[in-house]
Design a protein around this ligand. Sequence first.
Ligand SMILES: N[C@@H](CCC(=O)N[C@@H](CS)C(=O)NCC(=O)O)C(=O)O
Length: 202
Amino acid sequence: MKLYFSRGSCALAVHIALAEAGLKYETEEVDLRVTPHKTASGRLYTEINPKGYVPTLVLDNSELLTEGQVVLQYVADQAPQKALIPKAGEFARYRLQEWLAFISTEVHKGFAPLWNPATPQEQKDAAWERLTTRIAHANEALNGKEYLMENFSVADAYLFTCLRWTGFFKKPLTAYPHLLAWMERVAARPAVKQAMQEEGLR
Ligand SMILES: N[C@@H](CCC(=O)N[C@@H](CS)C(=O)NCC(=O)O)C(=O)O
């Protein structure tokens, strides 16, 4: 499998999932700072994924899989023994999907106005205010729990990836102690360290 990623982007969640799953994978970086986006080997990224954004996972049969929350489920399902996701058909699977949808639409996309240099400061402040209600929800959910689900799951990989961005925007998470402890717990996992190292992140 091959993952197209951009350093520290939402694709890090898939990178973590691949490492946690112990699957064989290769990666290629996409430069999102240039328009149109180019891969490290110089290809026009839309030639690989016409949607033009990361993550893209190219499967061994050359099939392309996109949309982070779906790619995460696919990767987790490839290594059932690692229990990165509840089995399909179990109610817990829907809980996991509930988290993935929340993280994707409320947290991941909640950051979009902050990333956009054209967003007026007032709208950035409003977006952050809105995001803090989602962050507070995750903090509460982690009260007395090690991970979002019973054990570490791809939802943790995804939320961790998005909340790392608070560092970039200099928004400390000090008001969210359960979340902070969980961030440290996730960051300490060997597979998370491996994926971050492979992206040149600290
Ligand atoms: N709907 C997509 C969105 C992915 C996304 O937002 N990717 C960002 C990086 S975190 C990206 O590649 N942005 C560059 C662009 O849109 O041109 C998903 O959930 O996978």
